[in-house]
Design a protein around this ligand. Sequence first.
Ligand code: GLC
Length: 413
Amino acid sequence: MDYSAKRLDELQAAFDLPPAQIADIAGKFQDEMLAGLAGRSSSLKMLPSFLARPAGSETGRFLALDFGGTNVRVQLVELAGDGRWTVPAQNALPLKDPVGRYDYTTAATAAPELFDFLTAQIAAVVEADEDYLLGHTFSFPCRQQGLNRAVLIGWTKEIKTAGVEGREITALLSEALLRRGLGRVKPCAIINDTVGTLLTAAYGDPYTDIGAICGTGHNTCYFEPAAAMIINMESGNFAGLPFTEYDRRLDAASERPGSQRLEKMVAGRYLGELVRMIAADCLNLPLETGSLSAEDLAAVLGGLPRPVPAAALTAGEFQLLRTVAQAVVIRSARLVAATFLGVLARTDPALSFRHTIAVDGSLYEKMPGYAARLSATLTEALGPKADLLTVKLSKDGSGVGAAIAAAIAGEGR
Ligand code: GLC
């Protein structure tokens, strides 16, 4: 056996999570949920959303502002009831210009500049002489003080914009709306994207009680019966995990070492670099820091034309890269499934009810084999009872969910 093959075997063993380890992680996840709910020290923040699930009968026209860290998207959403909606107008722009003219995610940008950018996108969608209720999806950990009040605890996903941490987000948005002359747009709800995903799926499917994002970032929320409320777990911060030396190195080199440990093992923002680091350091493949993205991994695994960073690899090296990518992507899907098992153990220990798990995000939607591996891991753990679970893509749930939250807030006015 040559050197690379031996190293590859060791690597695959380090990334393999056998069923007993999945059960162990699920157990630890449930323990952290319980600790967080009880206000004890926990890697899960268990943040209240001040929202239950929608009735499905919410109707009307609302503005949805979706800020997730990659793009800002504004949608005019018409909720028609019974899980139906249309989006008659929308506008989206990246926060970081692909050709480098602007970047609202750096520490050199101050909060008002960022929020002025958001309201400029709102201005492009609204009519000047109309009133709007706005739901805001703000996909970062926030200490929620009510449905319309949320203080950013700290940035995640490597965002660094100055002057937003510790601030109340709806106030920053309202001030920017007034600066822009958009006083007729009234923010009335602020939610996490996982909550938006759950709300959107639950709007048409009352069995939905878990919502997750598997995209640039990773996080899960669920409906907690004891609180009669959806709880944003900020599960990307879960830390009860078997770390490899590569996970430790990626964490050490990140913006906030020690935080978001699960997210750094599973989310699109980090998977490309994790694979690159392993391929370069362990197998000596010529790949520069930061050169591989999750899209590149999808191309490698999906048999698409080779992505640019892998162009110079020999056929043998490319095969090694593919094997590493496969191991890292499968581990991601299995870890996420383990956390879902932890949630189900909390909400329905005997697994006697139907549950729909709504997932949104590019990783879940587009990474070859990802969704199938996630479901297979649930079946491996639960056997025939897994038939009670439906895991489904809830596309664009974070935007439509903001409109649903605005409708619920509007009913309470
Ligand atoms: C990060 C954020 C979290 C969000 C997730 C998906 O983990 O902290 O709030 O839900 O990314 O966008």
